[in-house]
Write a protein that binds this ligand. Sequence first.
Ligand code: NAD
Ligand code: IPM
Ligand code: MN
Length: 352
Amino acid sequence: MPKIITLPGDGIGPEVTAAAVAVLREVAPDVITEEHAIGGGAFDTHGDPFPQRTRDALQDADAVLLGTVGGAHDSPWNRLPRHLRPESGLLALRKALGCYANLRPVRVQPGLEHLSPLKPELARGVDILIVRELLGGIYFDGDRRLEGHVAYNTMRYTTPEVERVAKVAFWAAEQRKGRVTSVDKANVLEVSELWRRDVQALRDREYRSIHLNHEYVDSVAMLIVANPSRYDVVVTENLFGDILSDLAAVIPGSLGLMPSASLGDGPGLFEPIHGSAPDIAGQGMANPAAAIQSAGMLLRHGLGRPDAANQVDRAVALALRQHPTRDLGGQADTQTFTQAVLRALETSPAVG
Ligand code: NAD
Ligand code: IPM
Ligand code: MN
């Protein structure tokens, strides 16, 4: 029986994770879930945003389902030494799992174009996969310091780090339209020069059927919303991928429609890309779709159950049509939306 570690975390994390677990139970009743602490709440209880108990629980896990971590701007958590802050717990979790490739699909399902603020003809048919490098770059390692009036961080990549994530992007493109756009700032940064060189060399060596092009991150920030259909797979480094994926959330219509899967050496990590939304936390109005779709990605990539994953995707699309949540201009609260997904699952066939 597959074992899933659930880490609800802070803010709306527990609300959306509960919805995702309910859906998971419905489509995969044999799965065992075990809940553990992460983030600010984990610091409050255990003095550590990634407690040893949580770390130990990962040993025999088949996959990890995460909610969100972090507090509001004025949260006392933000005054802790950096390594004790909620976000450091999440980064340590990603590192511990060795999840270097973060897949962030941006999809406008047929019939849901009206949820996008873009013109329907721009939103229609959008299907982008952002592959974000997740364990390197300016987020990790290297020199970092804040001293009085001087502060610095270091952006650093090595060829093996670039190649392993680029391989995931090429592999994904092979199952899709065969196009990869590598995003960098090679006109300014040495790190990007290495990134571009290594991605191109890998393509020329091992993935000659893939059409690869390179674009600058500032230009992509414009083009991805102005003409999203020009992209198939987008591969980029950690910070650029973080920013571009929130930007791309505008295309389907909300951060609440952006799931993710982080893959690497061990069990995968599945989480919505949005944060803990302190402005709406505890009010039962968060959109749980991204968390539920992340459970779908867990079924697909973590447990190898594509039929169940497709079932979840169809049920979410149906629920979005009938009961859109408030972030999408609708009325449904978390509960109403989740019930709609569960009803849609009961009436939809398991295969097809
Ligand atoms: P955020 O993503 O939490 O919220 C941005 C805006 O989007 C808010 O108005 C929020 O209400 C809305 N929103 C986000 N998810 C939503 C959902 N599912 N349904 C409806 N509305 C939703 O970003 P922020 O406000 O910049 O960050 C808040 C906290 O979350 C910070 O502490 C930050 O560090 C943390 N954070 C955590 C993660 C994570 O756990 N993976 C990701 C991003 C931010
Ligand atoms: C995300 C978040 C995290 C990141 C933070 C909370 C560490 O913004 O998952 O996108 O920057 O990776
Ligand atoms: Mn982010």
